[in-house]
Design a protein around this ligand. Structure first.
Ligand SMILES: Cc1ncc(COP(=O)(O)O)c(C=O)c1O
Length: 390
């Protein structure tokens, strides 16, 4: 029986049908159960920073686990503190909280904003402003911060006090932020919404209005963080500094970790406010530290910038491509003919895995170790597919 037949019998039906069962990965390549090789331009949805099978994080995890595996947050442990120090230095932040996923990092962010609001303005200061097109995760708070209404309806009622404003309108955003706003949650580049770069003017308007009304500005960098956009963090592409940053995905390069970094806040979490059993466990944080080491040692932030530019140049030259959005190695290719799902499936036939992020756009988010030949191979495959479809 294939993985697909077995999976469809036993797994809950919460994911759309899967086309492939994968059994092995190395660098930017993965192999399916029939032995076919595919160029992986999805990377676990912007997760596998170092490529598949990189030895550093798993070695660090195994070595640390042999010394001290899990002891809970009743105790201090070296790897979590070292990771917090490192991330705070990279992001210009002062405090860290560790959890296990992107949604959890955003839940922590939502609670931090709410706590700040209660502390500075009482219970009325609880509103959280988000952008249309946003995706922040599937847990109830993160889902409510997410834009797409159809994803929410079966789970209502969701937490109150969230509102969404247009992505490209600084005035609308500034007008939505007032004395009862606890915080603003923004992806500097929206990932799941179709890889849309939020204009600097919107980020600046958010910063100014948050300062005016003593609200927290939080950037969700779950998808954009850890070098993906050609900077360690996408906000470093702008002149806007947030009060807190949510991370996950690329931080573990496949190990389950999320993080919320914040500047020093008088209204930050107090003992008992928040927590999670596994957050910051020694093995996983040692693995994440090894990811950061490898990103630095292998020059992957610069590689993401260089390969992203090469990819953009190649894609823009293709007939049938009307736009290329994003930065570094987080890109969307807008197709003149739409039917992104059909094009993704034809590319799959060419041995290249991409994801149809909207009806008319493909998302490309490969491991940050991708090289020039692999970028060119991907562009050539898309050229063949688009030419064949006329
Ligand atoms: C920007 C953003 N925030 C949050 C999440 C949720 O992360 P997770 O799936 O790890 O809960 C995602 C996942 O795609 C994301 O792209």
């Amino acid at each position: 029986m294939s993985l697909s037949e077995r999976g469809e019998r036993v797994m809950m039906a919460n994911y759309p049908p899967r086309q492939l069962g994968l059994v092995r990965g190395e660098g930017c390549w993965v192999w399916d159960e029939a032995g076919n090789r595919h160029l992986d331009l999805i990377a676990g949805i912007a997760v596998v920073t170092l490529g598949h099978g990189h030895p550093a994080p798993t070695r660090a995890l195994v070595e640390q686990s042999a010394v001290l595996d899990h002891v809970s947050n009743l105790y201090w442990t070296e790897p979590a503190i070292a990771l917090a120090e490192r991330l705070c230095a990279l992001a210009g932040m002062q405090r860290a909280f560790f959890c296990n996923s992107g949604a959890e990092a955003n839940e922590a962010a939502i609670k931090l904003m709410r706590r700040h609001g209660h502390e500075t303005g009482g219970a009325a200061k609880h509103r959280i402003v988000c952008l249309e097109g946003a995706f922040h995760g599937r847990t109830l708070g993160a889902l409510q911060a997410t834009w797409a209404r159809p994803k929410k309806i079966p789970f209502e009622p969701l937490p109150a006090g969230f509102e969404h404003v247009p992505r490209d309108d600084p005035d609308a955003l500034a007008a939505a932020i007032g004395p009862d706003t606890a915080g603003v949650l923004i992806e500097p580049i929206q990932g799941e919404g179709g890889v849309h770069v939020v204009p600097d003017a919107v980020l600046r308007a958010a910063r100014e209005a948050c300062d005016r009304h003593d609200a927290l500005l939080v950037f969700d960098e779950v998808q954009t963080g850890i070098g993906r956009t050609g900077e360690w963090f996408a906000f470093q592409r702008t002149d806007v500094r947030p009060d807190a940053v949510a991370l996950a995905k690329g931080l573990g390069s496949g190990l389950p970790i999320g993080a919320l970094l914040s500047r020093e806040l008088a209204t930050g979490f107090q003992p008992g406010d928040h927590g999670t059993t596994y957050g910051g466990s020694p093995g996983i944080t040692a693995g994440a530290l090894a990811v950061l080491d490898a990103v630095e040692a292998e020059g992957l932030v610069a590689n993401a910038q260089a390969m992203g530019e090469r990819l953009e140049r190649g894609l823009r030259a293709l007939p049938g491509v009307v736009d290329v959005r994003g930065a570094g190695l987080l890109r969307a290719v807008e197709l003149a003919a739409g039917d992104a799902a059909g094009v993704a499936s034809a590319l799959h036939g060419e041995g290249v895995l991409v994801n149809a992020v909207t009806e008319s756009a493909l998302r490309i988010a490969p491991p940050l170790v991708i090289d020039g030949d692999q970028v060119d191979l991907a562009v050539a495959a898309l050229a063949r597919v688009l030419a064949a479809r006329g």
